[in-house]
Design a protein around this ligand. Structure first.
Ligand code: GLU
Length: 437
């Protein structure tokens, strides 16, 4: 076959042969990005769509950060591979304020989104990837592309799908000397829960005992509803890398800027990642890096922006949880970020009667019949026949809501009806759809 193609290629009459890397064959576009594009196409075709698919911050980038970007539009030079020194200092200071972790600019790596940094980390570190089920859609495909083994830690709905230290230890005990990378994400995507300091401590004891590398994905840290985020790095500083970025708490997903903070003992990993960065993305866009300094420096405007964001998200998360429970769903109480992970399994028999056999079927019907876009639990590593669904409660005008959410204004049902009507309508649509099944 190849010879035939090669011969015809020589004669100039055929297309190049298809030689896809085996690790890439069969992979699809990431579910989060695919549902976003599908939702846009349906809206452009005139359909009403409630967009609970992509987890994109509804809030605008803070004004002072936008102004910093405008002031730096002229910055045109390539910047250092690891990132601008002043930005790396600001990121180190940010982690000292937010996490109580004292590090310096030399411990920071800047990348075009934390997603790319995670990919490069998985590439340069040799070991199995350990993640809970459910967990964010891209950790596992990244491991597959690179050819790493993936181990899913058992989790239970009644524990809010949190990793339990004993379950993690059970995996380590199978082969104690094996190198492993645990990715722990909190506040969590897709569940919306976080971990208490005691739970983090228990997990840290296991990771330390077995020398596991921990990537602590804290991209939603600033969206902890109470502003009380804790990092596992406090309990296992020598083995924890903290991942953050501008996408979630600063509303700048499309700016593509992510950060990793390393302990000194993992400088070899930072160095190796910087080598790969120098051969791939080179450096992050210069104007974005200059503007990001303003975001990580913080200040009273950003404190106010975050406190309003948290109050809105908390009010919404709690209200929508109540609505979903009223529909018979089981789900954990949300504690931060902007996701819910309801399980519709109570309706299993009625779903079966309509040919809905998997969470993917369920999401397809919700989109087709109710116009509500969300993602199936199976994309997050849950069994296909479990009716879990991820909902990103971000379909509202965040700018308008932020202005209205001054400290005197209560984030009650009236506020949500006024400022987040699409999310209320989405719940109504789902409820009507379930009633008609
Ligand atoms: N983290 C977001 C989500 O889970 C979207 C960004 C992405 O997947 O690249 O929906």
């Amino acid at each position: 076959m190849n010879v035939v193609n090669l011969n015809s290629a020589r004669s100039g009459s055929a297309s190049p042969c298809v030689h896809l890397n085996l690790n890439v064959r069969g992979l699809d576009t990431s579910a989060t990005l695919a549902i976003n594009e599908e939702s846009s196409a349906l809206q452009q075709a005139g359909k009403t769509i409630y967009r609970l698919g992509l987890g994109q911050s509804p809030f605008p980038v803070p004004d002072s950060v936008v102004a910093a970007l405008q002031r730096n539009a002229h910055q045109k030079d390539y910047l250092p591979v690891r990132g601008l020194q002043a930005l790396r200092s600001a990121v180190a200071d940010f982690h000292s304020r937010v996490n109580g972790i004292e590090r310096s600019a030399d411990d920071v790596l800047i990348g075009p989104g934390s997603k790319e940094l995670m990919f490069i980390l998985q590439l340069v570190f040799y070991g199995d990837l350990v993640i809970p089920a459910p967990s964010w859609v891209s950790y596992s495909p990244q491991a597959s592309i690179i050819g790493r083994q993936i181990r899913r830690v058992n989790t239970l709905a009644e524990n809010g799908w949190r990793i339990q230290a004993e379950e993690l230890e059970a995996i380590c005990l199978e082969d104690p000397g094996r190198p492993r990378l645990l990715i722990l994400n909190y506040p969590n995507n897709p569940v919306g829960i976080t971990y208490s300091d005691a739970e983090l401590k228990a997990i840290a004891m296991v990771t330390e005992r077995y020398g596991m590398l921990v990537l602590s994905d804290e991209i939603y840290s600033e969206l902890h509803y109470e502003g009380e985020h804790h990092s596992i790095a406090r309990h296992y500083p020598q083995g924890t890398i903290i991942s953050s970025g501008l996408s979630k708490w600063a509303g700048a997903g499309g700016w593509r800027l992510g950060t990793f903070l390393f302990p000194q003992g993992l400088r070899w990993l930072l160095d190796a990642m910087a080598v790969v960065a120098s051969e791939t993305f080179t450096t992050v866009s210069a104007p974005i890096q200059y503007a990001a300094i303003r975001a990580f420096e913080g200040g009273s405007d950003i404190t106010d922006y975050l406190s309003r964001s948290r109050r809105i998200l908390k009010g919404l998360g709690q209200s929508l949880t109540g609505r979903l429970r009223h529909m018979g769903c089981e789900l954990a109480d949300p504690e931060g970020g902007f996701y819910l992970f309801p399980d519709f399994s109570l309706h299993r028999e009625r779903f079966a009667a309509c040919g809905i056999k998997t969470s993917r079927d369920l999401c397809k019907q919700l989109l087709d019949d109710a116009g509500v876009a969300c993602l199936p639990g199976t994309d997050f590593g849950r069994p296909a026949t479990e009716f879990t669904v991820r909902m990103a409660y971000v379909d509202f005008d965040g700018e308008r809501a932020l202005i209205a959410a001054d400290p005197e204004t209560e984030i009650d049902e009236a506020f949500l009806y006024e400022y987040c009507p699409n999310l209320i309508n989405a719940m109504d649509r789902i409820e009507v759809w379930l009633d008609r099944l």
